[in-house]
Design a protein around this ligand. Structure first.
Ligand code: ADE
Ligand code: ZN
Length: 336
């Protein structure tokens, strides 16, 4: 292993952009399908992996929603989340802020409570047994109506103490932030922080509207902000963190070649870019694989990697004291 690869392995990290349903590995898909008596349209793990060829976001989303159909019971959601936590624990991830897509499940007749209770119990066990601290983010599916989002918010309110922020994901083009302005205002009144996917496929205007209309506290992806100089300067000035997902960008063809990935440019412009995996089971890698891919393609050094990890801890929704504790662990590692 190269020196930089082992440096990445040991680096204390945080993950801030992970769809728990996107951590569903083909092997688990079969396991859950078997125990829930569900027929999959695939006969082998290899066949599933072969289907993971995407030319745009929607290609992926179609397969992602189909895949999550095997998740039925609270135990399924627990096992899915626990498997993710054990994987990232082995990669020295010490804090996670993960998304879940309740509407992807309630639409299929799975109760909101089943979903959140399974995920949350695994997160609590992860903190107790693996030392991984966490926050949970509830994402609204933007291809559905705002009204549907309001119904989901109602279901979430009894679980308010388990959810730190709301997010917005799914098909970006044609579903602008303005569609959810009232819903986000309500969520802010309820005390939730806010994030939104923007500028993954959508134009810089979607990023601007996420700031102005949705009042986001952190930006998911944000890649296309770079097309607009004034917007880029604003993001720098406001210290807005971006949860960048390198292998996802490559797999969904926003970035045709890893050597053209914008994350190094983002750092050079002073943007608070962080590294994340998005949907690791579908895009070919968890945290270390994402760090390694950009390191090799963009010739990053230890200072770049330390800056990315530091941005991650600074961008968490933790208290100042919690951030300082995590940053101290990073500094201790860098001194060694
Ligand atoms: N849902 C899961 N992954 C997503 C992504 N990368 N973009 C939008 N919605 C998603
Ligand atoms: Zn995402």
């Amino acid at each position: 292993m190269s020196a930089l690869a082992s440096f990445i392995e040991g680096l204390p990290k945080t993950e801030l952009h992970l769809h728990i349903e996107g951590s569903l590995e083909p092997e688990q898909m079969f396991q859950f399908a078997r125990r829930n008596n569900i027929n999959l349209p695939y006969s082998s793990v290899e066949e599933i992996r072969a289907a993971y060829e995407f030319s745009e976001l929607q290609d992926f989303l179609d397969i992602y929603y189909q895949g999550m159909g095997v998740l039925q019971t609270e135990q399924d959601f627990y096992d899915l989340t626990w498997a993710y936590l054990t994987k990232v624990h082995a990669q020295n991830v010490i804090h996670v802020e993960i998304f879940f897509d309740p509407q992807g499940h309630t639409e299929r007749g799975i109760a909101f409570d089943t979903v959140i209770n399974g995920i949350y119990r695994a997160l609590e066990d992860g903190e107790k047994k693996l030392g991984i601290t966490f926050h949970l983010i509830m994402s609204f599916l933007r291809h559905l109506s705002e009204e549907d989002g309001f119904k989901t918010l109602e279901q979430a309110l009894p679980h308010k103490d388990k959810i730190i922020a709301v997010g917005l994901d799914s098909s970006e083009l044609g579903h602008p932030p303005s569609k959810f302005e009232r819903l986000y205002a309500r969520c802010k009144e309820e005390g939730f922080l806010a994030v939104a996917h923007a500028g993954e496929e959508g134009p810089p205007d979607y990023v601007r509207d996420s700031l102005d209309l949705l009042k986001i506290d952190r930006l998911d992806h944000g890649n296309r902000s770079l097309e607009d100089e004034a917007l880029t300067e604003r993001l720098v000035r406001e210290g807005m963190a971006l949860t960048v997902c390198p292998l996802s960008n490559y797999k969904l063809a926003g970035v045709t070649d890893m050597t053209k990935h914008p994350i190094r440019t983002m750092l050079e412009k002073g943007l608070k870019a962080t590294v994340n995996s998005d949907d690791p089971a579908y895009f070919g890698g968890y945290m270390n694989e994402n760090y390694l891919a950009i390191t090799e393609a963009l010739d990053l050094d230890k200072d770049h990697l330390a800056a990315l990890a530091r941005n991650g801890f600074e961008a968490t929704f933790c208290t100042r004291e919690e951030k300082d504790r995590m940053l101290a662990r990073l500094d201790e590692y860098l001194k060694r």
